[in-house]
Design a protein. Structure first.
Length: 414
């Protein structure tokens, strides 16, 4: 089929016009500052929002690993959007949010009201919904303005802490998409990972063989660094933070949320309780089921885990099967204790359904949920939860038998 001559000329002219104009919204890479971490605070005196952004000086995806490659900007406003726009007064580059990795909410702002932060974050089309989000002890700004951690760049350091949070099992990998979904769910409360900033002062001493501590100190071993820790969790009720969970309590929540793969359990060693042994958890399965009856509901919580013994502090003469069974019971007891500690704190002290028990009832029996929905705030603290834990130790990765000592123990050490 032949194309009409007039149409061909029109198409050619159109192509030439647009190709000569270029992209009207093109941004030169050198004119853009890529945000890699952002913190939100609120001044209790002025009631203004303070936004702190950690910005990479390099190209997106090619950030250097030292603090010299970043710029930290902070500005304030009566709203979060105004505070960010006010950054234009002090930034020589157009700020781009599409590559942000970490969101930090200061404790004072979290205790006041989290609505404004979530509203801004979810309305900003550039922001990643999978960005990590945490609540900091103290102001969020201090976590971004100074060198901290092995990475040299705080935002990158925090990003990696989230990636490996399952290893220690004392923190939760919370991202924006999950927190926003829980916020919109009327039967769920928010539980957000916690950040702690500790100052570590280390001084290296050269001790001689006599234990004398009066020798000269090595100035090269003297360090003063700030260490960011992803530890614990912030508990919310409605729009406001009501308190913290300790690392042990957070570990209990992590077990209930099936967030502990590759973590460890440190327990007393069988027959030698003054010594410790370590079990590495490699596989977990969690089931939380509501029991609907004519009265108030109850829950059964079943945790099953598989792991290996990776460290033993002392030798043992026990049979391998007896040894493993004793270790399994000790691990089960510790996991159950942490779970029950978390449940007690959440139900009795904070009275906040951060585990989504109400949502489980809604899914299992919507009619039952409608009957108790309006009273759930009073019912949740007294809902019985039966906890059952089973640990299966597959083997020891160090020895298939408990470590045997070829020597007799010194009588002084018995």
């Amino acid at each position: 089929m032949r194309v009409p001559k007039v149409t061909a000329i029109t198409l050619l002219l159109t192509f030439l016009i647009f190709s000569s104009c270029g992209c009207w919204d093109l941004r030169e890479i050198n004119d853009i500052g890529f945000v890699i971490g952002v913190g939100f605070d609120k001044d209790v005196n002025s009631d203004k929002y303070i936004v702190t952004a950690q910005i990479s000086k390099g190209r997106s995806g090619q950030q250097e690993k030292d603090s010299e490659s970043i710029l930290v900007l902070s500005s304030e406003g009566t709203t979060i959007f105004e505070a960010i726009r006010n950054m234009a007064k002090i930034s020589s580059k157009r700020i781009m949010w599409a590559h942000n990795e970490v969101i930090i909410i200061g404790e004072s702002l979290a205790r006041d009201d989290i609505t404004g932060v979530l509203d801004f974050l979810t309305h900003n089309m550039e922001l990643r919904m999978r960005a990590w989000i945490a609540v900091s002890k103290g102001d969020a700004k201090q976590y971004l303005v100074q060198k901290a951690g092995m990475e040299g760049i705080p935002a990158m350091s925090i990003n990696n802490l989230f990636r490996y949070s399952k290893i220690n099992g004392q923190a939760l990998p919370t991202n924006l998409i999950k927190i926003y979904a829980d916020y919109l769910n009327s039967s769920n409360q928010l539980l957000i990972a916690g950040l702690i900033l500790e100052n570590n002062n280390h001084t290296g001493d050269n001790k001689n063989n006599t234990g004398d501590n009066t020798s000269n100190k090595n100035p090269e071993l003297q360090t003063n660094t700030n260490q960011i820790q992803l530890l614990g969790a912030a508990v919310f009720k409605g729009r406001r933070m009501v308190g913290w969970l300790s690392p042990g309590e957070t570990n209990g929540v992590a077990w209930m949320q099936n967030q502990v793969d590759d973590s460890i359990v440190v327990i007393p060693q069988p027959q030698t309780v003054s010594k410790k042994m370590t079990v590495e958890i490699k596989e977990t399965k969690v089931d939380i089921s509501p029991v609907i009856s004519t009265g108030y509901p109850s829950f059964t919580l079943t945790v099953s885990a598989k792991g290996n013994i990776v460290e033993e502090d002392a030798p043992s003469d026990m049979d391998i099967e007896q040894y493993k069974q004793a270790a399994e019971k000790a691990a089960e007891a510790l996991i159950k204790e942490n779970i029950e500690l978390a449940l007690n704190k959440i139900q009795q002290e904070y009275r906040s359904d951060v585990l989504g028990f109400g949502n489980l009832i809604k899914i299992a029996n919507f009619n039952n949920w409608k009957d108790i929905e309006n009273d759930w705030e009073d019912i949740f603290p007294v809902v019985p939860v039966e906890v059952s834990v089973q640990v299966d130790i597959l083997s020891s990765t160090l020895y298939h038998q408990p470590l045997k000592s070829p020597k007799k123990a010194d009588a002084k050490n018995d």
